[in-house]
Design a protein around this ligand. Sequence first.
Ligand code: ATP
Ligand code: MG
Length: 265
Amino acid sequence: MNSVKIERLSTGIPDLDKLLLGGIPRGFLVALTGEPGTGKTIACIHFIAQGIKENDKCIYVTTEESEESIIVQASQFNFDFKKAMQENKLIIIDALLGGEKEWTLKSLDLDELVSKVIDAKKKIGYGRGRLVIDSLSAFWLDKPAMSRRFTYFLKKVLSKWDFTTYATSQYAITTSEAFGFGAEHIADGIIRFRRLMREGRINRYLIIEKMRQTEHSLYMQQFEIIDNVGIVIIGQAEERKEDYALPQSVKRKVLEVQKEREKEL
Ligand SMILES: Nc1ncnc2c1ncn2[C@@H]1O[C@H](COP(=O)(O)OP(=O)(O)OP(=O)(O)O)[C@@H](O)[C@H]1O
Ligand SMILES: [Mg+2]
């Protein structure tokens, strides 16, 4: 049987596209989850920069950082978001701004978010859209039990408006719930970002935990964030003993303590 050819959108990170057999299927809502500082916002910036390059209609909703901060961060990887905004290729909705500015939200309310995003899409024109919501979890912080229904509603509306969407969320170590109460089941894909300490240094990793309708890499990948360049995937993370065994120094210490005890007895 011939399978239906899926249109895919490049993530803007060539090696990540390869892991996804070309990119994110059009119309998908993909959750980017991970602890603070793991690279979610930078991955979003790549996704939007690629959209600008391909003449997609790009909208970036920011709830954690200001519009200015996103523009500065993008410029560090040689992406000119300011120019794209002037050319009506990108609208940044800064939820922190408040007040009467055109592209802001009065509150972190999902209905308001959706209507603002639709306004922005109308302004920017018809055609294939890319949307980033960074972060989506900010919209249900005070009502986490609603997250599943919210995400479902959002997905339905957004695909009608021809968006392929990245939605970030913070990973709650305590509950292992990244996206809040079942919303991850609604998302079409999940890319999980991680960081681990190795010999006193932070190493960064990502893994595609889920992507519907496609094969994809099942291996954790190590990556770096490089000034002027952005996210660069180094390769498959090696399985390391430290992941499941105690470090040598700790083992040595345990043995020493055991010996001391035996002497005392
Ligand atoms: N120009 C740069 N060159 C190299 N590394 C950078 C540069 N800018 C940022 N970084 C690295 O990227 C990290 C921030 O990544 P990012 O903002 O994508 O995290 P995040 O997952 O969105 O975090 P949060 O959940 O807090 O928003 C910084 O802590 C820093 O280590
Ligand atoms: Mg961020």
